[in-house]
Structures are given as C-alpha cells and as structure tokens.
Design a protein around this ligand. Structure first.
Ligand SMILES: [Zn+2]
Length: 588
C-alpha cells in the first residue's frame, strides 16, 4: 500500500486532530478494531464491504482488508470473522452503556460527582474514596487515579455570598426581579463569557442573570448537600432508572427514529449525601421550591387551550383498546392524538397508542363526504325531511290534544251558561247554592283548560311552520360541503364534526419493528349522529391529580377497585377536570 502522505504529515494530523488530508482518513471516534459499532453486525459488515468495493483498503489494529471488486465473492471465513467482530463490538457498546450507568448510580449514591461541570457556587475537587480532600481540580482537568473520586464542593466565597443573597430575596421577590437586581449591581452571571453550543449553534453566553438562572440556583439540591443524578436520560442503547439500566422505549425516540434526550420525573432522581455541610436547611429549601412552583403555576397542570381550530377531533377520538379519549399533542410541525390513559398515568396503564392528527381528521372528513354529501343528497334529504315532519305533525300529540281541550272547553262554557241560566229561577236557596258550587267548579276547570291550551299551542306552533323547520335543517346541510371542502381549515372541519356528531374509535396492535415495538392503528370505527358507541367509553376522571387520588384511594382500599373509576369522586365531589386535553396555549 502506498500513501502520498509523509510520516511528518501524519504526525501533524494526529497532533492537531485533523481527520482528512489527501488520501489519508482518520476516524478518531473508533479506537478499536472496527469501523463502526452498529447494533446490527450485518450493517457493519456491509459498511466494510461498501468501502472495499470503492477500492478502499481498510487497516485495523489486527488485520488489513484489501479492496474487493464488485460482485467478487468474499472468503467465507473472512465474512464470518467480520460478523463476529461486528457482533462483539455491538455487545461491547451495550456492556459499556450498562457499566457506565451502574457506575454513575453508585458514584452519586456515595456523594461523588458523576461528571460534568459543577453548578454555580461549587468547584471540583479530588478526594480519596474515604472522602479525604486531596486537591482542587482545574476547570476541565481530567484525572484518573485509582482509589480517588471527584466531588463538588461549595465555593468560592464570592459566589456563595451571591447564592445566599438569592436565597434571601427569592422567598418574597419574583425571580425575574432578583435577576434584574443582580444585573444592576453588576454581579457576574454564571457562565458569563463561556462559549456554549445550543441547537448546534455556537454562541457566547450573555453575562446577564435571568429568572431561570435564579430559579436553578435557588432549587439546586446541592445546597442541601444532596448530589443527584438522572434529571435527564440520553444514550441510544440503555437508559438509567434508579434500579439500573433499562432498554429504550417508544418515548425515548424522536419522530425520525433517532434517540432523544428526555427529562425524567422527579421520582427517577437518584440522590446521595454530598461531602460537605448543607448550605441551607431542608425546610428552607422546601419552602423556596414550593414558593417558586406556586408562582410559576406549574405548566404541567395549566389548563390547555381549547381552540377548536387546533383540535378538530377533540373529545371525538377514542382509543378502542382501553376506551379512553385520545389527547392532542404537538408533534413534528403538526399534531397527533395519544391515548389519554397512556398520557396521564404513571406507571403507564395503556400503550403508546397514537394517530396522526391531520390523517385522522382527513379520514373522518372523507367518510362524511362519502356518506352525507353525495350528489343529489340535498333533494333526497329535503323530501326525507318533509316526510318526517309531516309524519311528526300527524302524530303530534300536541295538535290532537289542542282539539280535545278546545271541544272540552266549549262544552264547559255551554254548561256554565246553562248553570247561570238555571241559577236565576232556582226554587230554593239549597238549589241556588248547589248551582253556584257547580258553577265554581266549572270556572276552575275552565281556567285549567285555558292554561293547558296555552302550553299546547306553543308546542304546536313550533311545528306550525314545517317549511321554516325544513329550511333551517337544509341550511345546516348546505354548510356541510363548504365546511368539508376546506381541508386546510381545521376549524370548519371541527365544526362539521360537531354538527354531524362524528366520533372515531381506533384499535391498535403491536408491530415488531427492527429496533422496537410500535403501536399501529389496526382498524377503526367511525360513527355519526346518534349512532351508539361501539365500545364502552371511559367515563371517569382524566386529570392527573384525580387519577393520583384514585390510585392512592385504591391502594388504601383495595376492595374499591372499579374499572371505570366512577365510584370515586374527587375534590370533595366536584367533577374532575380534564387538564390534559387540547394543547397548551401557545403550542401548535
Ligand atoms: Zn389506551
């Protein structure tokens, strides 16, 4: 093999970390003897083959692979070695991922640092396993010494003074105002002048305080001498739980299938006791945390906006597997519906069943168009309506009763006239009183009949003008095509669904994909009007707080377990509010 590069050139590349120069290519990220560490060993082998077919010679630590001609058969032994090597490197990665999670868990529990930069007001120090201080570490200094660990210790004093001032103020002053105060006082903000990369953009961190820096400092568990780990989870092979590494789940992936960084629940946080005296008491820390939480009004429990134009199938789409409604959530540049039971319960009591929002809305729209709006539908509908109304009028009780009451009233009035006529020539006082009594009774009956007739006539009048009724119904029907023909107006589609009372019930099943199991829509039922629901809909509360109360209650009273949860009333009898439906104001 011949390189054009000189040894000096190669040395220079290594020194400067340069990856490509002329025909030399260095992959610094692969320290071992494989080109890649794919999860699938065959993928690694085919990558090697592709390179070799391009005429590239691969030089590993332990062997050299010459270029191969396209279509040339590989030695079987070579292929087997390649697969085994690549398989082993995949296993190595998993082992490494698991080991590092276990190591971090035990480090944090012993109060040592799990890596990263120390928070504001603390510095890194090298200590022995027994905690004995060895020396302060320089920023970015990497040091590995057997029987030693890194800890975060409070300091320097100038920053601790700022922290104390923040803790003093933040209890009765909004964080934003505390930030302004520090800025005006000219106190250097954390990370001021540091270069950071956010969303792939390198930028200089501004030297100003803001509400978030204040909040982060005020709620830092390290102030209570508590080390913590597991605020976020990342990595593509294993992720941490307090019990150890776990496999990745649906929620750990981005829509494009790439693993994403997720923020864990507070319950997932693993803590240990740091190796210094706490700067504040647990009570004060708790008080500050609750004050800040109260002020912010937890975003999580904030009512979501109920904008129909953003949620056309709101409360009209259901997960038929569990009977729960599906909630809208922003997704990519659009939105999707996710099973509310999955969404709102922890541990998850249903699967990550979800359906694309636009697809679901357009499907429902297509069904309505097909069923309700075919050509000639309007005239057919009109004649149907006329028939229906005529039948309704004929059978209309009110009409018949009006007739009955009217004749009764006429008869009554006749009797009363007769009674009056007879009263005059009454032969005795008794007879007169008798007639008077009858007249009184007739009078009462007359009043009753008049009241009845007034009510009946109002009822009858509503159908007295069948044309108006039909026109109103047809006007509604005429709006349907215009509502349905604007597929981009989710608002009018939502209105349409509301008019025809559309409901969508989706069945999901599990599909084994290469990397994970996905929950896919298997089938669905679409109902219109007053058609009965094909499933038993979940009718219980869906708010997180209410669900938690049910869980607590059932925990204490196991005999109360009810499938719908409806036996349980929350918030002293008030209807449990659903806080999860719709999107938060400001979202997509
Ligand atoms: Zn479900």
């Amino acid at each position: 093999m011949r390189f054009k590069a000189t040894p000096a050139e190669i040395k220079g590349m290594i020194k400067s970390g340069q990856a490509v120069s002329g025909d030399i290519f260095f992959d610094y990220c692969v320290p071992e003897n494989k080109m890649s560490r794919p999860d699938d060993p065959l993928e690694g082998v085919s990558l090697e083959n592709e390179c070799r077919e391009l005429g590239i010679t691969l030089v590993f630590m332990d062997r050299t692979m010459d270029p191969i001609k396209k279509g040339q058969r590989r030695e079987i032994s070579e292929a087997i070695v390649a697969i085994v090597d690549n398989d082993q490197s995949g296993k190595d990665r998993i082992e490494l991922a698991e080991k590092s999670i276990c190591a971090q868990l035990s480090l944090v529990r012993m109060g040592f640092s799990t890596g990263g930069r120390p928070p504001y007001g603390s510095y890194r120090a090298l200590v022995r396993v027994d905690g004995e201080f060895v020396r302060e570490l320089e920023e970015g200094e990497v040091l590995r010494r057997h029987g030693h660990h890194v800890v975060w210790l409070p300091g320097p004093e100038s920053k601790l003074a700022v922290i104390r001032e923040i803790l003093e103020k933040v209890e009765h002053t909004p964080a934003g105002r505390v930030a302004r105060y520090l800025n005006e006082k000219g106190v250097p903000a954390p990370d001021a002048g540091r270069i950071r990369k956010d969303l792939g953009v390198t930028h200089l961190v501004t030297g100003t305080w803001n509400a978030n820096t204040i909040k982060n400092i005020a709620t830092n568990p390290l102030l209570r001498a508590v080390t913590s780990y597991g605020k976020r989870s990342m990595g593509d092979l294993r992720r941490m739980t307090p019990e150890g590494p776990r496999l990745l789940e649906e929620n750990d992936y981005r829509p494009d299938g790439e693993p994403k960084v997720i923020r864990n629940d507070e319950g997932q946080l693993v803590t240990g006791t740091a190796r210094f005296e706490p700067l504040i008491t647990a009570e004060k820390a708790e008080r500050i945390a609750s004050i800040l939480k109260k002020r912010a009004g937890s975003q999580r429990d904030k009512p979501r906006s109920q904008e129909p134009e953003k949620n056309p199938l709101g409360a009209r789409i259901f997960d038929a597997n569990c009977g729960w409604p599906m909630y809208r959530e922003p997704y990519l540049n659009s939105f999707r519906y996710v099973c509310a039971k999955y969404h709102q319960t922890k541990p998850r009591k249903c699967d990550h069943n979800c359906a694309d929002g636009i697809t679901a809305a357009k499907l429902a729209l297509a069904v309505i168009r097909q069923k309700l709006l075919p050509p000639g539908m309007r005239s057919r509908l009109e004649s149907k309506l006329r028939e229906g109304i005529a039948a309704a009028t004929r059978s209309e009780k009110a009409d018949g009763e009006v007739v009955v009451r009217q004749s009764e009233l006429a008869e009554l009035r006749l009797q009363m006239t007769r009674a009056e006529r007879n009263a005059a020539p009454a032969e005795s006082a008794e007879m007169f009183q008798g007639i008077q009594r009858i007249h009184g009774e007739l009078k009462l009956r007359e009043q009753q009949l008049q009241r009845d007739l007034a009510t009946l006539q109002v009822q009858s009048n509503s159908l007295a003008n069948p044309d108006a009724t039909i026109q109103a119904a047809l006007a509604l029907v005429e709006r349907l095509p215009s509502l349905a023909n604007d597929p981009d107006s989710l608002e009018s589609i939502g209105e349409l669904f509301c008019i025809v009372n559309a409901e969508l019930f989706l069945n999901f099943h599990k599909v084994q994909k290469r990397k994970r199991i996905e929950n896919k829509v298997l089938s669905g039922i679409f109902t219109l009007g007053d058609a009965p629901s094909p499933i038993v809909k979940y009718k219980g509360p869906t708010g997180r707080r209410a669900l938690q109360q049910i869980a607590d209650y059932q925990c204490k009273n196991p005999e109360s377990l009810s499938p719908s949860g409806s036996v349980f009333q929350t918030d002293s009898g008030r209807k449990a509010k659903s806080s999860g439906n719709g999107n938060r104001a400001g979202g997509i």
